[in-house]
Design a binder for this molecule. Structure first.
Ligand code: HEM
Length: 594
């Protein structure tokens, strides 16, 4: 204990007054053991002759305490009121600090460094969750960007979400600083509890497997590999054309079947032979499950990860059992196609596929469990990444052709002039069909498949444009806002394929939308080239053989289809009607019978 100086000199012991006053030559038999702070009144000496506690007998020299013995009056550990006050102060400070951090979550960060980006004012606990629109939020975000700036911040249950709305911010962060902006956010229910954290779309960029996945996908979907898939693309588009001719109203189902058949054969060597194919239904089930699980706000444990420690038997812990059920369902979906492909390899009669390419190692050895697991995850990523996205573009294509007959006519004329009607267009015709290529680019721009892309996450604190981007923040690129940037695309809301017709020197005068619709940096879509090829073959062939028009009512008058999109990660046009009729020349030439 710290000793205080300057206590009142007279000793308070019951010695004679002269000794206490310090005027006697005799010494005090009691040693002062502690100083008396100002304002402390000393107890009167009791009549029994007992010494007041302030003085203690001096022990024989050998037994002296090495340190002065603390007086109880200054020993808070022995004083219950001081202890209670200290504890009370502590509790109050902790509560005050917690409230301050809840109300001003970034107070300390903002005091010590650059501020967080601005954004709509959050509410206590829930943050901005009530302001995030349920329908096409990307449009509201584009408006907010005008108010708060090209990068703004949202808080959703304590999670910081940064939305980038300009080409420069996206290029500067997601492209140039890709080494720290390529992680995926931690989603407790889907990734941790259901066990999907090793899936290609979810895996952390810090996990060593991430690079292996990317390498396999890159070589499995390279332009050389894509050439090998051409016969499959031609075969499946013929089936698509035949189905469209037979049941034109079911054009979306035909597009789905087409995408599924192509991807299942590429991934596993599985050939889809009927409209109610088992593997296709499995994959559809996986999409439904995924959409059901990742619906924002579905799981409290995602908002408050601490809840993961609540045992399953405890009230509110039911999500553990649900996670177990989902885990089993996903395991089945992942396992069945892979096991089938493996069995085909063992039997010796198999269709070459992504799975066969990597399962059959060059040195003839069997892949290790780890290698097989990697192949399983990457094969299933082809379906997850490739099926729904191409369906979305094909559906938008039908909608936009019905809405813009002049663009459709121009593309059809180009095909007729370059390819003729005696055969179907092929990938080799691509260079000679610039308007068809421009039309596809304009579809990709006008209704981007993933209007908010996929969420990225930052692995280190960063500063951009004077704002702090904290480690762990989720970063979205508002792809829709990029596609509507009037500085980059004059009259951005107008559907105009001409904007992507190359100049005489072969370059595009407006920004190529492939620079952003396929994502960014180390996470950029590995299937982009394959998607372009497959879309070109399907769209050029449909344009060459069908007319797409608005539906008509009972009086034969054209009805305007509604232009609305689903608010899902991969956005689709909401159901609409259109008339799809085979072109006379195509029928005459018998292209459907090939
Ligand atoms: C028009 C068609 C497509 C579009 C617009 C598209 C768009 C995207 C986007 C925006 C991402 C997220 C990138 C990011 O996080 O920054 C992505 C990721 C991915 N795409 Fe595509 N995609 C398409 C077709 C395909 C196809 C055909 C395949 C495979 C056959 C595929 C496989 C993948 C995979 C595996 C990923 C995950 C990459 C990762 O997380 O590391 N995609 N795609």
């Amino acid at each position: 204990m710290r000793r205080r100086r300057g206590y009142p000199s007279p000793c308070a012991s019951p010695c004679s007054p002269s000794i206490r006053a310090g005027t006697s030559t005799r010494t005090c038999t009691y040693r002062r053991t502690n100083e008396i702070p100002r304002g402390v009144s000393l107890p009167q000496a009791p009549s029994t002759g007992e010494q007041p506690s302030i003085c203690r007998p001096i022990p024989p020299s050998g037994l002296r305490h090495p340190l002065p013995v603390a007086s109880p009056i200054f020993d808070p550990l022995r004083n219950s009121s001081v202890m209670a006050a200290t504890a009370f102060l502590l509790v109050v400070s902790v509560i005050a600090l917690s409230v301050i951090t809840l109300v001003f979550p970034d107070l300390f960060g903002n005091l010590t460094g650059p501020p967080l980006p601005p954004g709509p004012r959050p509410k206590l606990l829930a943050g901005n969750v009530h302001q995030v629109p349920r329908v096409e939020p990307w449009k509201t975000y584009a408006d907010w960007a005008k108010k708060y700036g090209q990068i703004f911040l949202l808080r959703v249950f304590g999670q910081k979400i940064i939305v980038l709305n300009s080409h420069s911010a996206v290029a500067d962060l997601l492209e140039s600083r890709t080494s720290i902006y390529s992680d995926r956010p931690r989603v407790w229910m889907y990734k941790e509890l259901i066990g999907r954290k090793l899936a290609v779309f979810s895996i952390s960029s810090e996990n060593p497997r991430f690079r292996i996945y990317r390498k396999l996908l890159k070589s499995g979907l390279s332009s050389r590999a894509n050439q090998e898939y051409l016969p499959l693309l031609y075969r499946e588009t013929k089936t698509l054309l035949r189905n469209l001719k037979e049941y034109p109203d079911q054009f979306i189902s035909h597009a789905r079947r087409n995408a599924a058949a192509i991807i299942l054969e590429i991934a596993y060597g599985w050939q889809v032979n009927s409209n109610d194919d088992y593997f296709v239904s499995l994959m559809e089930e996986s999409f439904k499950l995924h959409a059901e699980i990742v619906r924002p706000g579905r799981w409290l444990v995602d908002a408050y990860p601490i809840l993961r420690f609540v045992p399953s038997w405890f009230p509110g812990g039911g999500f553990h059992k649900q996670a177990e059920i989902y885990r089993g369902q996903f395991a089945r979906i992942d396992q069945i196609p892979h096991a089938w492909a493996k069995e085909q390899l063992h039997s010796g009669t198999y269709t070459p596929s992504f799975t066969s390419r990597y399962m059959l190692k060059e040195d003839g050895s069997a892949p290790s469990d780890e290698e097989e697991d990697i192949i399983k995850w990457t094969s299933s990523a082809l379906y997850v990444g490739g099926a729904d996205t191409t369906v979305s573009v094909l559906t938008s294509f039908f909608l936009l052709m019905a809405l813009h007959p002049e663009s459709q006519k121009r593309a059809q004329d180009e095909i007729q002039r370059v390819v003729g009607m005696s055969r179907l267009p092929t990938a080799d015709d691509s260079d000679r069909l610039p308007y068809v290529r421009a039309l596809i680019l304009e579809i990709l721009r006008w209704c981007p498949v993933a209007p908010l892309g996929l969420p990225h996450s930052v692995t280190r604190d960063d500063v951009y444009d004077g704002y702090r981007i904290p480690k762990g923040a989720t970063v979205y690129a508002n792809i829709w806002a990029l596609s509507r940037d009037p500085e980059v695309y004059p009259n951005p809301s107008t559907f105009d394929p001409e904007r992507f017709l190359p100049a005489p020197n072969g370059t595009l005068t407006q920004m190529d939308p492939r620079k952003f619709v396929f994502g960014f940096g180390a996470r950029v879509c590995p299937g982009a080239q394959f998607a372009e090829l497959s879309l070109f073959v399907s769209i050029a062939r449909i344009l060459g053989t069908f007319d797409v028009a608005k539906p008509v009512d009972e009086h034969g008058r054209e009805v305007e289809p509604k232009v609305e999109f689903t608010t899902t990660v991969t956005s689709h046009p909401k159901p609409f009607e259109c008339r799809i009729t085979p072109r006379a020349q195509a029928l005459e030439q018998g292209v459907f019978d090939e």
